[in-house]
Design a protein around this ligand. Sequence first.
Ligand SMILES: *Cc1c(COP(=O)(O)O)cnc(C)c1O
Length: 387
Amino acid sequence: MAALDAHLAAALARIDSRHERRRLAATALHGGGRVARGGATLIDFSSNDYLGLATHPLLAARAAEWGAHHGTGAGASRLVTGTLDAHLALEAKIAAFKGTEAALLFPSGWHCNAAVLAALLKVAPDALLFTDRLIHASLHAGAAGRRQIRFRHNDLDHLGMLLDEHRDAPGPRLIVTESVFSMDGDRADIAALSRLARAHDAFLYVDEAHATGVLGPQGRGLSAAHPGAVDLVMGTFSKALGGFGAYVAGAQALIDYLVNACGGFIFSTAPPPTMLGAIDAALELVPRMDAARATLAAHGDHLRARLAAAGIDTAGSTTQIVPAIVGEAADALALADALVAEGLLAAAIRPPTVPPGTSRLRLALRATHATDDIDRLADAIVARTPR
Ligand SMILES: *Cc1c(COP(=O)(O)O)cnc(C)c1O
């Protein structure tokens, strides 16, 4: 019997042999779509700071102001003494932003999905969980080992078939998907999903991590265009909103249930005032950023057109996330390395994050990029793509 250390070393060796070893690299976000890494300034196509808010002075100022006024820590969980007026006021603002009755803050999107989905499944041991094949790792954590009935990515005919197949099973139905998929940059059809959910009396749970701030009316997410269509919307403040933290928005009864039954809410210290200040400032700015959203959408269209002209597959992307599918993990890594040498930072995404054979560069655009930045990126990728 080997000690755990030997198992850890063997596991790392297996990861190395698959070219899947990951390492941390210190990186500083700068304005204008730039980052600094290892003494170099790179044009950044990797971060999710889509609107450039992570370096916006209003967010930094309000985070500092709320920290100075309320302290840097909430001191306890929400149900003990951790709830400030600021939490309640911000939750009311989030509900208004999403067009729902109520909302609840969580420490991060990962924490939120893992805790909330698990809490919902807990209501019924015979609940049926229907999930898109490409849902985020945090939702798998929330599924907590429950059987998932997985439908082909964004294939609502397949979802309909699976719902029909299970028509006679007892137990509540949950459908879990994302409005914008983090690795493919494509969108779910919220209206059609909602019709299907209603027809089968299913609860619809939509992760808007990548749509919040970017898509939908005033950047309020794709579900905001369809009031009442989605039962639970979650999203994060860590991407387009330039800060940290997450929310769940929905009916008051849903939020009341989570306050009383969601372990990840009950047993975790309340989000700190600094974090709330940044979120408050972002929610003030985001609805007025239609011009930035239009620029971002135009950047996406331009990049897809350039890549398609060179025969490069961009999957089903229609958003600010544009995958350039390469295939093998080692090739994706080599391409990413070559781009860094040209001052361009684009993340190579490999299994297990994406299915084998679909390793890619995940190109995340920012409203603060110049069109010339997009062209430099496209030129560099196209020049290195075998024809
Ligand atoms: C990033 C992401 C999360 C996690 O959000 P964090 O706030 O970064 O923890 C959840 N769901 C999806 C789809 C994401 O892309």
